[in-house]
Design a protein around this ligand. Structure first.
Ligand code: GLV
Ligand code: MN
Ligand code: MN
Length: 410
């Protein structure tokens, strides 16, 4: 059974999405639960309705498109990804997996193929965590890993609470039927750009993803006293920035890895009062720490608070863990189905793990799960320069569609 993917339609839809929140140099800034997010979702809904897919939304604002199968009792096969971007993001991270899912539904619709199981496309809420940290709030609350209420008080950089942004958003979608949060799909498969350099370097069309490394996020807050930069002797200061520098230095030593497998990033720093002639009374910074080995992830992550405490001289220290995703292995049934689909289409493929986290990580405990990667130029992502060729995106969607057909036929 086959369904024809339209390379041009898929590309045009991706470019139409990229105009919603476009920034300089082909970048996109489309934060979750904003007006731009709503515009992008409406566009997706219009395309879904054109092919008779039913649309619904759950209490975490995850958006669902559904094509029925022949067996009304059968659990659905689900695909999808996210539509939000980093503040300085590109045109493909996340949205490709949603548009690829829609393209698969469209091709099935046009070919008249009806499968035994329903096929659903989901756009998960807030995967990036760029506006409200952490990421993957939609998939975490759908899978029961966290409750959506747990995130109520998370504030964005303007002080807007997540609960308020979510309520305002859901109020704009009261025309959509509500579906319960959580269900048990037959399988889940997510298409995504690789966001790393391996597929391109090896001249491979399709990454058959075997699992995802673990991630932990922390926020470290150092509190001292503000003081006059011209008059206050160093000995009398409690300078939060100087302690932050000490803390980050000590963390770099903790996270040293000669094999360059471990990933340690301080990506966001907030300083108060943030003027050049005042000593900072407060400095907070984020830690994004990743490793494929659960034991390393747990041991080094658990050491962070002590290392920071020992490194600072004057400030009070608070270390909060905001996100924890243990490494996962994908289900052989889905990994094999992806591999089979790539082989049947004579596409060059290889197995590889994911360094980025994805909503798929939180679907693993719920149902057999896998992912499909396509190459992206120089492995660049979370950057306006992110790029995959239309033909590379086409190949990924062909493999996705064939995998969905395979999984939804039994
Ligand atoms: C996802 O956006 C990640 O940071 O891995
Ligand atoms: Mn992504
Ligand atoms: Mn991302």
């Amino acid at each position: 059974m086959r369904a024809e993917i339209d390379e041009r339609r898929q590309w045009d839809r991706l470019m139409a999405m990229a105009r919603i929140g476009a920034i300089a140099d082909d970048g996109v800034n489309r934060a979750c639960l904003t007006e731009l997010d709503r515009q992008a979702r409406r566009l997706l809904i219009n395309w879904a309705e054109e092919i008779g897919a039913s649309v619904s939304v759950d209490a975490a604002a995850n958006l669902w498109l559904r094509r029925e199968g022949t067996d009304p009792q059968a659990a659905p096969v689900v695909t999808g990804s996210h539509m939000d971007t980093q503040p300085n993001g590109g045109r493909f991270d996340g949205i490709y997996g949603v548009i690829a899912g829609l393209e698969a539904l469209t091709a099935l619709h046009q070919s008249g193929v009806t499968l035994r199981r329903p096929v659903e496309v989901v756009a998960w809420t807030n995967e990036e965590g760029g506006r409200f940290a952490p990421g993957c709030m939609g998939s975490m609350s759908w899978s029961g890993f966290r409750r959506i209420e747990d995130f109520a008080d998370v504030a964005d950089p303007d002080g807007v609470r997540f609960a308020d942004a979510l309520a305002a958003h859901l109020a704009s979608e009261t025309d959509l039927p509500r579906r319960p949060l959580g269900n048990k799909p037959h399988a889940y498969v997510e298409a995504h750009i690789e966001q790393g350099p391996r597929l391109e370097a090896e001249g491979v069309d399709i990454g058959v993803v075997t699992g995802i490394q673990g991630s932990r996020w922390f926020t470290v807050t150092l509190t001292g006293d503000t003081a006059h930069a011209g008059t206050t002797p160093l000995a009398l200061r409690r300078d939060a920035v100087q302690d932050m520098v000490r803390a980050i230095g000590a963390l770099n030593a903790l996270m040293r890895d000669p094999k360059d497998v471990l990933r340690f990033t301080v990506g966001r720093i907030v300083v108060e009062p943030n003027t050049s002639n005042s000593v900072a009374n407060r400095a907070s910074f984020t830690i994004d720490f990743r490793h494929p080995d659960k034991d390393v992830l747990l041991a080094r992550g658990d050491a962070i608070a002590g290392v920071v405490q020992a490194a600072v001289r004057d400030a009070d220290v608070s270390v909060q863990e905001t996100f924890r995703a243990l490494p996962v292995e994908f289900a052989p049934s889905v990994v094999d189905a992806v591999e089979r689909a790539a082989a049947e289409q004579h596409l060059k493929h290889m197995r590889l793990p994911s360094g980025a986290f994805h909503d798929a990580q939180f679907v693993v405990p719920v149902c057999p799960t896998g992912m499909i990667f396509v190459p992206c130029r120089k492995g660049v992502s979370h950057n306006p320069a992110e790029y995959s060729q239309p033909s590379q995106l086409l190949a990924g969607t062909q493999v996705l569609t064939q995998t969905l057909i395979d999984l939804a036929s039994t």
